[in-house]
Design a protein around this ligand. Structure first.
Ligand SMILES: [Zn+2]
Length: 208
């Protein structure tokens, strides 16, 4: 059994979506300074690094993080390698056999972006039509290897609304660079933030 940790490391200077609270961390107790223990405080956004979006992110009265169905966040998942150059289109997905597949993770050129310095604006996103195709295919969880399913700085929110509006769970900000395409067991457990529309998660793929 091999475990792939597909979560990105959380640290100051990490890729942060512009407008989000950047991650900062402080040792408020430090044993080097004579404290009896080490203790850290930090600031971050609900969408920092690897995280899960709840429907509430784009649906006014949608489900929030403490109401998430954990059975969607744990279970068989398929990693697909897509060579999309700008966005994932419906046509890219029609070539995949999504019948009976509940959790899909898309490995794109995005996974390489994590090695660049700072937030990257030119990442591969999912078109609104492709998002709707995933909904119609019965997919319950969609993972993407950068920080959003929609285009940076775009007014077109249809990738989010199509997916979240149909209770599809989004796992954003994963790094699949070390993961070969194929079948895995996914475990992605976001923090139980009451009333929040997103939460950081540790996500792993288990190759049995
Ligand atoms: Zn998000």
């Amino acid at each position: 059994m091999k475990i792939y940790d597909v979560s990105v490391p959380i640290h100051e200077g990490m890729h942060d979506f512009p407008g989000n609270q950047p991650y900062t961390s402080t040792r408020i107790l430090n044993m080097d300074d004579g404290a009896i223990a080490n203790l850290t405080s930090f600031t971050m956004s609900a969408h920092t690094g690897t995280h899960v979006d709840a429907p509430l992110h784009f649906v006014r009265d949608g489900r929030n993080m403490d109401e998430m169905d954990l059975s969607v966040l744990i279970g068989p998942a398929v990693v697909y390698r897509l060579d999309s150059e700008e966005r994932i289109e419906r046509g890219d997905l029609e070539q995949l056999n999504l019948k009976g597949v509940e959790r899909v993770l898309f490995k794109t050129s995005n996974s390489g972006l994590w090695r660049n310095e700072g937030f990257q604006t030119q990442y591969i996103y999912i078109s609104g039509e492709a998002a709707q195709y995933l909904v119609d295919s019965g997919v319950k969880l969609v993972g993407i290897d950068y920080l959003s399913v929609q285009q940076y700085d775009s007014e077109d929110i249809s990738p989010h609304t199509a997916l979240l509006g149909n209770e599809v769970v989004l796992l954003e900000g994963i790094d699949l660079s070390e993961v070969p395409p194929g079948n895995y067991q996914l475990v992605a457990l976001p923090l139980k933030l009451v009333g929040a529309e997103g939460a950081p998660a540790r996500a792993v793929l288990i190759d049995e």
